[in-house]
Design a protein around this ligand. Structure first.
Ligand code: NAD
Length: 494
């Protein structure tokens, strides 16, 4: 019989084995370029999550729990090399699964190896402190792995987002159950194969895709899980936090953003235009770091709106498998509908639609989830299109007069993940970046993600930090050991 699906994986990766789902199902994955199913994969149910959590707990008690940090580092380096070697193949699969243009998935997956190399280097440098007490007493801290981590990950960059959790968790000596998103199960399965090939002990990493409300919610509530690491919508993060409250799970959350990208009139206009026109539309708008609010000083405003319009109209929207394509489809139908709904909201709120604003229905694209790059001008910061995360290729351009006003607008959202600013004035660069309440402020550049740079947000953008040495704090707990050298304990009730 002809194989109707281009990709099939009918087993889950649990306890180092490829196993049939106990109470899950086989589910089709839709290619957002064509709107047609392209892959058929196993999804886990509650009993599968139970099994994966048991395997992750057993692995902590097995060879992994006793392994020297340098050996964990060696495994991470092997995984890094395998990721590098397989990146071009996995990038192609990710483009089928989530529609991100091949030029983006190729770049993303190629750099993921850097996370494994970086945290391999950190694995044997997780040090404690010697604490001066008195002559009889020695006290010191060690940092111990938190235990089993439940990772719940989204669809916009499935392997990068997982890597930002997996690399520090493994360096720290934790084990993990990865619940990949229902829209994009394929590439984490491919990562599971690399983890197996690298030789990690059984059960250290378990991969169980599934529905958020079933497998995700069960993992979040599971008493055998010590920590949850999540990326996605803050409302889901709130559900996860409530579900995890029963055993006081530790959490780290990377949620949404509504990044202000501020252009002052002393900026290098050419470079600033390059950045704002790229950072609003890349990833088809589906990234929490993007500069979706473009704040421009009044003197430059009309010129900048015109420049961004011209560039948006020249973007090549279409088949994401073509290396020349700039913008692919939205990853799933509900996201397409959400983006189109916000375009209507922007119109109704009185923002000026400068360009875009429609679904593409040209022959060849009519069944996919394509939206034209959309620019709204004369946006007020209290409009919903400036306040709420759209997650589509839609930018809101907001004028401002003074520096203080720019800061007020920048901080005037519930989010606080990233921000960008363009100025040649060094004093202003320092003043404004220190006044903006976001986890990252890029000055005269934008959207540099790197394993060395701590990443995360204030307010509804999340809790905790990924990347950098800070990430290791998220996967370890300090333990105090105190030793009395004399061992004397005078009885106070004598
Ligand atoms: P989501 O936040 O629902 O999905 C993220 C992950 O959470 C998925 O694995 C999903 O299965 C899981 N999940 C969903 N409900 C759950 C529950 N009750 N318990 C445990 N896990 C659960 O993302 P979405 O609904 O596909 O997208 C909605 C919006 O979220 C987007 O439009 C966007 O604004 C935002 N989003 C943000 C990011 C980000 O990187 N910050 C990523 C994806 C989506």
């Amino acid at each position: 019989m002809d194989q109707p699906f281009a990709y099939v994986q009918d087993k889950l990766f649990i306890g180092g084995e490829w196993v049939d789902p106990l109470d899950g199902e086989q589910a089709a994955s839709i290619d957002p370029t064509t709107g047609a199913p392209w892959a058929m994969t196993a999804f886990g149910g509650k009993r599968d999550i139970d099994r994966a959590v048991d395997a992750a707990n057993a692995a902590l008690k097995g060879p992994w729990g006793r392994m020297a940090p340098t050996e964990r580092a060696a495994l991470l380096r092997k995984l890094a090399a395998l990721v590098e070697e397989n990146a071009p193949r996995i990038a192609k699969l990710e483009t089928y699964d989530n529609g991100r243009p091949l030029r983006e998935t190729s770049a993303n997956i190629a750099i993921e190896a850097q996370w494994y190399y970086y945290f391999a280097g950190m694995a044997d440098k997780i040090e404690g402190r010697m604490i001066p007490m008195n002559q009889d007493t020695v006290a010191y801290t060690t940092r111990v792995p938190i235990g089993v981590v439940g990772a719940i990950v989204p669809w916009n960059a499935p392997t990068l987002v997982t890597t930002m959790k997996l690399a520090p968790a493994l360096a720290a000596g934790c084990t993990m159950v990865v619940k990949s998103a229902e829209h994009t199960p394929v590439t984490m399965y491919e990562f599971a194969k690399l983890i197996e090939q690298a030789g990690f002990p059984k059960g250290v990493v378990n991969v169980v895709p599934g529905y958020g409300a079933v497998a995700g919610a069960h993992l979040a509530a599971h008493p055998g899980v010590d920590k949850l690491a999540f990326t996605g919508d803050h409302r889901i993060a709130q559900d996860i936090m409530r579900a995890g409250a029963a055993n006081l799970k530790r959490v780290s959350f990377e949620c949404g953003g509504k990044a202000p990208h501020i252009v002052f009139d002393d900026a290098d206009i050419e470079q600033a235009t390059n950045a704002v026109s790229h950072a609003g539309f890349m990833a088809c708008g589906q990234s929490c770091t993007l500069g979706s609010r473009i704040l421009v000083q009044r003197k430059l405003y009309d010129r900048m709106v015109e420049e961004v319009r011209q560039r948006a109209e020249k973007l090549r929207v279409g088949n994401p498998h073509e290396p020349t394509t700039h913008i692919g489809p939205q990853t799933h139908r509900a996201q397409l509908e959400k983006t189109l709904r916000y375009i209507e909201i922007g119109r109704a709120e009185g923002a000026e639609l400068v360009t875009g604003g429609r679904r593409l229905t040209e022959p060849g694209l009519e069944n996919g989830y394509f939206v034209t790059p959309t620019v709204f001008a004369n946006v007020r910061n209290d409009m919903r299109i400036a306040q709420e995360e759209i997650f589509g290729p839609v930018v809101a351009m907001i004028p401002f007069d003074e520096e203080e006003e720019a800061i007020e607008i920048a901080n005037g959202t519930e989010y606080g993940l990233t921000a960008g600013l363009w100025t040649r004035d060094l004093g202003r660069a320092h003043r404004v970046s220190s006044a903006i309440k976001t986890g990252t402020v890029w000055v005269n550049t934008f959207r540099i993600l790197d394993p060395r740079l701590p990443y995360g947000g204030f307010k509804l953008s999340g809790i905790g930090r990924e990347n950098g040495p800070e990430a290791l704090q998220e996967y370890t707990e300090p333990r105090v050991t105190m030793i009395s050298l004399s061992g004397k304990y005078p009885y106070p009730y004598a």
